[in-house]
Design a protein around this ligand. Structure first.
Ligand SMILES: Cc1ncc(COP(=O)(O)O)c(C=O)c1O
Length: 396
């Protein structure tokens, strides 16, 4: 048979799903698994989502305009204005999840060999689109010891004449770090000084804890022409399966390319766009309920982890992830062992090995990412099992 795509064959498997086959086998053998590996919240989707689906009575399901359904563009514009970001609907494109927005912006900004600065550890699914486009992620390493915060000199040291953009995820997945106003300003200054675009993935925008103020790049007027915002309803409204995302830019040249890509894939799901109008109609009520619930869960996970000897993590500032160093050499081996060999009263835990979130070979081997997407009681129990598992693993 003829050779298949080299690009796709070289692509790494998703680090959050890497252990799924071990988990499935363990479940078949009757083990109960607390799954903390994937960012799929368990909270209820607002009723308005289903109300809008029920209200859909059109005789046909037509293609929507490729930019997005007019009602949804209006809802997104209203939402952005309500949070103090002045965008007009002509600057908004609806995409199939934030994921498609990531793919489209990398296609629009880069040629093969172009470099994108990105802070590692970073959301590993971006790698799919780095591979497809041939853009090269150039990682600026951030560290657990200082809460994965940024250093200007480290960023500037990685800029070359091939650098096209700085890619920011704020608040961060997998770090749970929310960049401060000063950090956001600093990145904007670096982008201006070196003539770079800024891609800001803000899908966790409202999920910041302890009364923190979130600073969007959208608040900075002087970088409007070089900024692209990625957004999504997935996390904000606990609606990952809706597959509705948003790409925003006020740069007409970028938008012209995004428009061509959107036309090429015709349209985003008609019904889901109607339903998403329902999500946005809930204003800040649902968003704040979801944030408060994750703050409670963050506290439970963080406090429970502090009780396990040899475990190190910073208190997350946002999103619903936590990076955690474990007293083991390789968390891949440990997590597989947890699924295959260990149980506490028939129960075990699954998390994501963190090496897949780093571009630099060798980093993250002793770290895991926990997505605290279960109810507090289940989280408490899951961390208890993790502690017992670590003790058993290290005394083998
Ligand atoms: C940082 C980040 N960006 C984008 C996405 C993808 O979002 P969507 O479901 O809208 O495709 C995720 C999903 O986990 C994410 O963590």
């Amino acid at each position: 048979m003829k050779q298949l795509s080299y690009k796709m064959q070289d692509m790494k498997a998703s680090s959050v799903r890497k252990l799924t086959k071990y988990a499935d086998d363990a479940e078949k053998k009757g083990k109960k698994i607390y799954r903390l590996n994937i960012g799929q919240p368990d909270l209820k989707v607002p009723m308005e989502y289903y109300d809008h689906i029920r209200a859909f009575q059109e005789p046909t399901v037509e293609y929507m305009p490729s930019q997005g359904a007019p009602e949804l563009l209006e809802a997104v514009e209203t939402y952005y204005r309500s949070i103090g970001i002045d965008v007009d609907r002509q600057h908004i494109y609806i995409t199939t999840g934030g994921t498609e927005a990531v793919m489209f912006i990398l296609l629009a900004l880069t040629n093969p060999g172009d470099e994108i600065l990105i802070f590692e550890p970073y959301y590993s699914n971006y790698n799919t689109f780095f591979t497809i486009t041939g853009a090269r992620p150039v990682a600026v390493t951030t560290r657990a010891e200082n809460g994965f915060h940024l250093d200007r000199a480290a960023i500037e040291a990685k800029i070359t004449d091939k650098t096209k953009a700085i890619f920011v995820t704020n608040p961060g997945n997998p770090t749970g770090t929310a960049f401060t106003e000063e950090e956001v300003r600093m990145i904007a200054d670096v982008a201006k000084a070196h003539d770079l675009y800024i891609v800001s993935d803000e899908v966790y925008r409202e999920m910041v804890f302890d009364g923190r103020k979130f600073t969007s790049f959208g608040y900075l007027e002087d970088v409007r022409d070089r900024l692209v915002i990625i957004d999504s309803v997935s996390k904000r409204y606990s609606a990952c399966g809706a597959r509705i995302g948003v790409l925003i830019s006020q740069n007409d040249e970028i938008l012209a390319l995004i428009s061509k890509l959107c036309q090429g894939r015709l349209a985003v799901s008609t019904l889901e766009q109607y339903a998403a109008v329902g999500l946005y109609s809930t204003g800040m009520r649902v968003i704040h309920e979801i944030r408060d619930e994750f703050e409670r869960r963050r506290d439970v996970v963080y406090e429970s982890l502090q009780k396990i000897p040899g475990v190190f993590c910073q208190k997350p500032e946002g999103a619903f992830y936590l990076m955690c160093k474990l007293p083991v050499e390789d968390t891949n081996d440990f997590l597989i062992w947890m699924l295959q060999e260990f149980n506490d009263e028939g129960e075990t835990v699954m998390a994501a090995p963190a090496d897949g979130f780093y571009a630099t070979e060798g980093l993250g081997k002793d770290e895991i990412r926990i997505a605290y997407v279960l109810e507090p009681e289940k989280l408490r129990r899951a961390v208890e099992i993790l502690g017992k598992g670590l003790a058993a693993y290290n005394s083998r």
